[in-house]
Design a protein around this ligand. Structure first.
Ligand code: NAD
Length: 266
């Protein structure tokens, strides 16, 4: 990442789910470098503590807690922990997400529920809790990590595609309701990002089925399908999330920004 240090988000409190690595961690660094204090919730305890150490070493004020976004009974605890630590909540980033590869006939009820609980249900109830704080403050910005899968007909995980489409829809619904309180709600929809997100598919299909080297499956997909001919780096996503979090995006709400290198379908 280029050496960004500005004060666009000075004094802002930013909460990020799934911020221990990938897009969430890059976002934590980016908003931290722009002056925000960061609170991370992640299911990976070890990853969380490593991420917080790295952020603190960069001079970023960062704290966090273990969080399983699928367990909606902990949503209010998580948002309360942010407010207890920092006194307010300016930006909430619904970033945690994952998918299990499966073709249309292979989808089981268990896989459906796991995918929906993580990518859609958890995200909704966390957003609802974050909004309660923001309504009282009469300000805030919520950013949901959607995906090109929401619009592109992803065949490698039908429930994930459905969950991300739902996330896009409730971005619009929440934006319509929350606008009168000065709260903006937007989504960022990445294409293929160079994160561990693809590890399971890479192993099952790339390495075991096609005999490719680690990482090659998505690199090849990007070369074939992305007009910019490369995967996104997590920093490409983080910069757009930081923009939406900031007052530079003060008149943007209810939008989905595609960060796909020009890719239109999966
Ligand atoms: P990643 O696997 O690198 O990171 C995901 C993070 O979420 C990890 O830190 C993980 O521990 C955490 N997490 C997983 N399950 C969780 C749970 N139940 N509760 C709390 N935390 C949990 O993946 P990523 O690529 O950084 O994905 C971040 C977001 O970006 C996701 O919503 C994903 O759907 C979206 N996205 C990714 C891509 C891509 O190509 N990588 C493309 C489009 C959208």
């Amino acid at each position: 990442m280029e050496n960004i240090m500005n004060e666009r988000l000075k004094g802002k409190i930013v909460a990020i789910t799934g911020g221990a690595k990938g897009n969430g961690f890059a976002t934590a660094i980016r908003v931290g470098k722009e002056g925000a204090s960061v609170f991370i919730g992640d299911i990976d305890e070890n990853g969380l503590s490593k991420a917080l150490n790295k952020l603190n070493k960069l001079g970023i004020t960062a704290s966090g807690t273990i969080l399983d976004v699928s367990n909606i009974s902990t949503a209010s605890e998580f948002i309360s922990a942010v407010v207890k630590k920092f006194g307010r909540l300016d930006v909430f980033i619904n970033n945690a997400g994952a998918s299990k590869p499966s073709t249309f006939p292979e989808v089981t009820e268990e896989m459906w529920d796991w995918t929906m609980d993580l990518n859609l249900k958890g995200a909704f109830f966390l957003m609802q809790e974050a909004a309660k704080i923001m309504i009282a403050q009469k300000s805030g910005s919520i950013i949901n990590l959607a995906s090109i899968a929401a619009v592109g007909g992803l065949t490698s995980s039908p429930p994930y595609a459905a969950a991300k489409a739902g996330l896009v829809n409730f971005t619009v619904v929440a934006a319509a309701y929350l606008a009168k309180y000065g709260i903006r709600v937007n989504a960022v929809a990445p294409g293929i990002v160079n994160t561990d997100f693809h590890d399971v598919l890479d192993k099952a299909v790339g390495q075991d089925k096609l005999g490719l080297k680690k990482g090659e499956l998505m690199q090849n997909a990007a070369k074939a399908k992305v007009p910019l001919q490369r995967m996104a780096e997590p920093e490409d996503v983080a910069s757009i999330v930081a923009f939406l979090a900031s007052s530079d995006a003060a008149y943007i709400t209810s939008e989905v920004i595609m960060v796909t290198g020009g890719q239109k379908t999966v």
